[in-house]
Design a protein around this ligand. Structure first.
Ligand code: ADE
Length: 226
């Protein structure tokens, strides 16, 4: 998979891809991340990427021209499955959406900044708009890192144990059950006996029940979803 991320502050995106699981996925050649600085696509000496809003109002708006130049250059080089815009008024990010995106080959993620982008960018270039939650960030970069992380960890070969992504919270509309590791007793706090019983059938039943109870208590809305 290849992910191109367009931003006015690409340095914000360097560290998430430079450590741990994401770095390993890149080093193994499973995913390519290309960061693009929007200022490299400006026509003027000031490298201006934003301007005042027509009609007045607080906050600057990212201009269409550098975004067009960057996206058009990328699209001339290869086909993209989705051109995503990170924005608080986008479709709320969910595991099912991430699962679908993890099957794609080439993605562009455009990060908004300041007030956002000129609406014509959304109309003419963007195929999908994603919000990572009902709060406003100072730009789309952290959202893009969240989205890319959630996608990349699902690609086969990225996680050591293939089954571990399948047992994540949300994969079956349920939260994950509690997990424990050694020691079996710490300061008198014991691991549930069933987990050390060796009876894997019963352990699976226990986990299913715990998942259900946890979801019912914390996220009953998930149980109502299709
Ligand atoms: N940019 C600003 N806020 C955002 C959010 N909640 N999700 C995605 N991109 C954003």
């Amino acid at each position: 998979m290849r992910i191109d991320i367009i931003s006015v502050v690409p340095e914000l995106l360097e560290s998430p891809f430079n450590a741990s699981i994401l770095k390993r996925a890149i080093d193994k050649g499973i995913v390519e991340i290309h960061l693009h600085n929007l200022r490299d696509y400006t026509a003027n000496n000031y490298k201006q990427v934003d301007d005042y809003q027509f009609g007045g109002g607080a906050g600057m708006v990212l201009m269409i021209e550098p975004i067009d130049k960057c996206i058009s250059k990328l699209k001339a080089e290869r086909d993209y499955d989705e051109i995503i815009y990170m924005t608080p008024d986008g479709e709320q990010m969910k595991q099912s959406m991430v699962n679908t995106l993890s099957l794609k080959k080439n993605l562009i993620i455009l990060c908004g900044h300041y007030k956002g982008v000129d609406e014509r960018v959304r109309q003419h270039f963007i195929t999908k708009e994603i919000s990572i939650g009902d709060y406003v960030l100072s730009g789309g970069e952290l959202g893009a890192a969240v989205l890319a992380d959630a996608i990349i960890r699902l690609i086969p070969g990225v996680l050591g144990n293939e089954t571990s992504a399948l047992t994540d919270s949300f994969q079956d509309q349920l939260l994950a059950p509690p997990i424990y590791t050694r020691p079996a007793e710490y300061k008198g706090w014991k691991v549930p006996e069933i987990l050390t019983s060796g009876n894997f059938g019963k352990i699976e039943d226990w986990r299913d029940e715990q998942s259900y109870q946890r979801t019912k208590a914390r996220r009953p809305d998930l149980l109502d979803e299709e």
